[in-house]
Design a protein around this ligand. Structure first.
Ligand code: 6MZ
Length: 351
């Protein structure tokens, strides 16, 4: 391929799949400003920054402080609708053609927002974007590790209900939240229930070093999940690494998030290298594009520059990500056809 088109431009034009994007963490600065106006809060009213800028790193606790600020700003159905619309448009503008968003349903008694109306606001925004934006969007409902098992079960029931009603837009369950809090084993029965009703599982596993030896890690892996979120410390434990390798479990890889939140020391030391070189399925994702000031194109560019991936290798990485989406074979095939059409165009434009 002609090198005349610069790498950032190539990465932007590349059709991409985003599989690990938390709604609140994906909200851009512009949307935060709109939320502030809606709520009548000035910037001075925010407790600290709402993003971790270029070249900065902060302890993993910091993004969790920021999520809380964004969640406090978005406590009505209207704000959830607006942020979902904005996030979808931004991903589409970055060349994302298939997007799986995930979000934790919230109950806000002071505004009347319920977990149901929260999910419905996201689904309405997805529906509104359907004809306008050039991206297919699906939704995972998230369980926060801080929550009670009862709340987690309510989330699974909601996901089950909307999987049938949406129809097909709600596709799975995510287990996330501060990894230093709680024990993931508490949620095993709830996650099994989700599997039994046909929901897919994308679970944050071994995001911090303590979890490489924690009993919850092998318990969660034995479910088994359909995809592993981060999995940063799995390869530090041979037994866990063998389970993941044998089952060819796909990794959701979030380079910038892990480096900026200091769970990985540098891009060059990221576990992507370990797994990619062993042909383990890997999908590049953003995690929280707003909080970590990134885009999916930027993650592809960083992977190329850090690990020496050629443009055809980037293409293959994006194309193979379709295999790991939580949709049926028909839609997967449509996406592959779409990718193949775009490939021709991309190659022609850059010849
Ligand atoms: C674990 C994370 C996360 O649900 O309000 N979340 N959980 N590790 C991460 N790595 C940095 N990034 C985001 O989006 C925000 C929520 O997503 C989860 C946390 O539970 C956070 O509260 P929603 O849309």
């Amino acid at each position: 391929m002609d090198e005349a088109v610069g790498l950032p431009d190539f990465c932007r034009r590349l059709p991409k799949v985003e599989l690990h994007a938390h709604l609140s963490g994906s909200v851009s600065e512009t949307t935060i400003q709109k939320l502030q106006v809606k709520k009548g809060v000035g910037h001075e009213g925010l407790q600290g920054d709402t993003a971790i800028g270029k070249g900065e790193t902060r302890h993993l606790q910091e993004p969790f402080r920021i999520f809380k600020i964004i969640q406090d700003l978005s406590d009505t159905e209207e704000s959830i609708f607006m942020m979902t619309e904005d996030v979808i448009s931004e991903f589409a503008a970055d060349g994302v053609r298939y997007l799986e968003l995930r979000s934790t349903p919230r109950h806000m008694p002071h505004t009347g927002m319920t977990p149901q109306s929260y999910v419905e606001s996201i689904l309405s925004a997805i529906q509104k974007c359907k004809d306008r934006e050039d991206v297919v969007v699906r939704l995972l409902l998230a369980i926060d590790r801080r929550q009670s098992v009862e709340t987690a079960m309510t989330t699974v029931r909601l996901a089950q209900e909307y999987m049938l009603r949406s129809p097909g837009v709600v596709v799975g369950i995510d287990l996330s939240g501060n990894p230093a809090v709680g024990d993931g084993r508490d949620f095993i029965p709830v996650l099994k229930e989700a599997q039994n009703c046909g929901l897919k599982l994308a679970l944050h596993i071994a995001e911090i070093s303590q979890q490489a030896v924690a009993p919850e890690t092998s318990a969660l892996l034995s479910l088994p999940p359909d995809r592993v979120g981060h999995g940063t410390f799995i390869h530090h434990n041979q037994d866990l690494a063998a389970v993941v390798a044998d089952r060819k479990m796909p990794f959701e890889i979030c380079l910038t998030s892990n480096v900026k939140a200091q769970t990985v020391a540098s891009y060059g030391e990221h576990h992507f290298q370990h797994w990619y070189s062993r042909k383990q399925p890997c999908v590049l994702c953003t995690d929280d594009k707003g909080v970590f000031c990134t885009t999916l194109s930027e993650e592809y560019r960083l992977a190329a520059e850090t690990f020496g991936l050629t443009r055809p290798a980037l293409w293959d990485l994006s194309y193979s990500s379709i295999d790991h989406t939580f949709v049926g074979e028909d839609l997967k095939q449509q996406l592959r056809d779409r990718w193949n059409t775009e490939k021709e165009k991309l190659f022609l434009q850059t010849r």
